[in-house]
Design a protein around this ligand. Sequence first.
Ligand code: DLL
Length: 434
Amino acid sequence: MFNPRYEAMAPQERRAMQAERLRWSLRHAYDNVPFYQRSFDQAGFHPRHFRDLADLQNVPFLTKQNMRDAYPYQLFAVGLDQVVRIHCSSGTTGNATLAGYTRKDIEIFSEVVARSLASYGVTESDIVQIAYGYGLFTGGLGLHYGVEKLGALAVPISGGNTDRQFVLIQDLGTSVLACTPSYALNIADHIARQQPTFDLSQTKLRIGVLGAEPWSGQMRVEIEKRLGISAYDIYGLSEVIGPGVAAECSAKSGLHVQEDHFYVEIVDPETGVVLPEGEPGEIVYTSLTKEACPVIRYRSRDITRLYHESCPCGRTLIKMDKVFGRSDDMMIVRGSNVYPSQIEAILMEIEGTEPHYQIILDRQEALDSIEILVEVNDKVFSDELKVLQALSQKIHNRIKSILSISAKITLVEPQTIARSVGKAERVIDKRRNR
Ligand code: DLL
């Protein structure tokens, strides 16, 4: 553990610390951000009413729309002279939102990333190739500062330039690759195409630090096999801080949330009512230590589950399930609710398909339709038509029986679906433009 004092803290002690930090954070937000003062006042809540963690339920939510409306600086709780950096959310689902960091915020950001890396087994001796984008996105710089904090060697290559990624893996003896899961697969594919006989086990690569988008357990198996690594999930969101909000450990079953900095609740996405531990719903974040942009009850739209469990790694931090989608990624196809990652999990288990797919949603005569483009491997593609037909029927039936949706399956040639160097675009929703 990078910081056992906080990662393995006795739960009661941690709760007391959270309550104390929360009291500070509510006051800090109320006193310094007119938005919070208005919204707390409207809800009849004053920070002095706060006694224990349960009182947080009386505090109003902060939504993504509130953050967009506050663009650029209206949610800042300190003067810009105190702010040393900004980042933006990637804006995949609307306008960007902006987050600022004081020097202390950057320190905490680096700390949570360093903790995450240590939980995957990364040490000072590792060479970490950071293939997340550097820039306004939190991935590149976030990982970079965490790697340096841990004392490992950072290779700041950023996303893209896949030829060079391969060259550096070999030349520098890269042992850890940090990028999105879709880019990791893209790199593996690229290497297999460039040098079909190249044996990745000859390189020093051993760990993948993968996140920023949902990826199924089946995708993990595929990436681990193709790159010869052990792949770990890293989760985070720029509104809350960036990568490092939660991370897997050696148990690879659930992610530990850095609860001494972020207080988490699960609410019903429809009603906003707090759900009991273990129930799936939308995860809501409250920052406990952030100075520049405190977030109080931020509705992330990410769907997951929280639970306490004694973990073999020794951390006492609460666990969250792998995030399998955002509430806005959920597709409602003729009444059935489906997440892209559920489709991914099914595709990955079918022999002959490649882990590259795209989902196209459309509306025909007032009815939703869903088409799934699935890449098949060279061997299957050159097979007879009836083999291809049998494969697409098999995919159709499997999806129908598990997810209760009737999808049109279109098998496409290898290398047809656009490859990503960052977050993959899995769903094209043509209904939005109709
Ligand atoms: O994606 C931060 C990050 C960078 C995380 C690098 C991990 C690695 P945003 O661009 O603000 O920040 O996007 C945040 O991405 O609300 C989730 O919906 C999704 N997301 C992030 N990590 C994961 C993950 C970064 N491990 C949004 N699994 C979040 C599933 C993830 N979804």
